[in-house]
Design a binder for this molecule. Structure first.
Ligand SMILES: NC(=O)c1ccc[n+]([C@@H]2O[C@H](COP(=O)([O-])OP(=O)(O)OC[C@H]3O[C@@H](n4cnc5c(N)ncnc54)[C@H](OP(=O)(O)O)[C@@H]3O)[C@@H](O)[C@H]2O)c1
Length: 307
């Protein structure tokens, strides 16, 4: 089975590559990004800009993949605010282009979206936003990712949209590695709350979804063409996560030596507005019979103790 993963050099893309590589003989994997990551053989790499329709459509459809997993994005929230056209180009038009390529050969498109499509309105229940709530993005990043979702939904391609939050993993530096490295005192918001999500756990869940959708073609229509929220279980503020990391690593007598409690309004260098609360309830994932991902504390602990 041929699978194309876009954003192959990113936090999630590299973990997806690892997850599907475990079954070496089952999958023919190819990765799209503008720069080739060192672990990917040149013949497995498709150098392309997903927002360039002419270029990417031809390169992908020539390979006729069964599945396209689109993780490529402009994921830097402040960069999206500074450069909204580029954000729209990659996050919305890029998603549209993947949908057009998927529709061409009836490939199954799995597209990754974000908790930042919410935040402008409070969730209906205090423990998180569910899949069927009306989005309310607060930033260009959230708005352009939401446009990407709309374009996929209207494309006629078979798709699953997966919204997730606060990914951490080993492919690049992120808030957990900053807390864990602890060289400087890290400011951490007490009024910014969501669910930390470990890239290998999310990649495993996506693999499960792909395999179950493709193995039950006749009954999978509702599994496809839908939105799933997939995150590790539970939620916490950035400050609580920082304290958890410091305590787990026991690298300080008092977490306050490593973490400085701040409020979002104190962080003047942030260009884009962020939600105070954007945790996602994984309701449809559970109702469809999939396993709930483990608690974020277990995942963070495993990651920081094994780096
Ligand atoms: N990180 C999070 O906390 C988080 C939270 C919720 C949702 N998400 C979503 O999850 C997905 C994965 O995020 P991530 O953190 O893994 O992203 P990431 O680490 O920033 O990686 C982005 C990837 O996309 C590629 N890319 C960017 N623009 C491209 C373009 N125009 N054409 C082709 N490739 C392009 C990059 O490679 P090149 O630069 O070499 O092209 C890179 O491989 C994204 O859709 C993001 O919106 C992320």
């Amino acid at each position: 089975m041929r699978i194309i993963i876009t954003g192959i050099s990113g936090l999630l893309g590299s973990e997806l590559y690892r997850a599907f590589s475990d079954d070496k003989n089952k999958y023919d994997l190819r990765g799209v990004s503008r720069r080739r990551p060192p672990y990917l053989a040149p013949e497995k790499h498709i150098p392309a800009d997903i927002a360039d329709y002419e270029d990417v459509f031809q390169k992908i459809t020539r390979l006729n993949p069964e599945v396209i997993i689109n993780t490529a994005a402009l994921s830097n929230v402040d960069e999206c605010e500074r450069n909204p056209d580029e954000a729209y180009r990659i996050n919305a038009l890029g998603a549209r282009n993947m949908a057009l390529a998927a529709r061409r050969f009836d490939s199954y498109l799995v597209h990754i979206s974000t908790d930042y499509v919410f935040g402008g309105k409070p969730p209906q229940s205090p423990d998180g936003y569910s899949e069927y709530e009306e989005p309310s993005p607060m930033s260009q990043y959230g708005r352009t990712k939401l446009w990407g979702e709309y374009m996929i939904r209207e494309s006629g391609a078979a798709f699953s949209i997966i919204r997730t939050s606060w990914i951490f993993g080993s492919a690049r530096s992120n808030y957990i590695t900053q807390f864990a490295d602890g060289k400087n005192i890290i400011p951490a918001c007490e009024d910014m709350v969501s669910s930390p999500t470990y890239a290998p756990d999310l990649a495993g869940a996506i693999k499960e979804l792909v395999e179950s959708s493709l193995s039950r073609r006749t009954e999978c229509h509702l599994r496809r063409n839908g939105i799933y929220h997939i995150t590790n279980s539970g939620y916490a503020s950035r400050y609580e996560i920082g304290v958890f990391v410091a305590k787990t690593l026991k690298n300080t007598s008092s977490p306050d030596e490593k973490i400085r409690k701040v409020r979002l309004a104190d962080l003047k260098e942030m260009v884009a507005r962020r939600p105070n609360f954007s945790a996602l309830k994984n309701i449809l994932w559970k109702l469809d019979g999939f396993r709930t991902l483990r608690k974020w504390q277990e995942a963070v602990k495993e990651f920081i103790l094994n780096r």
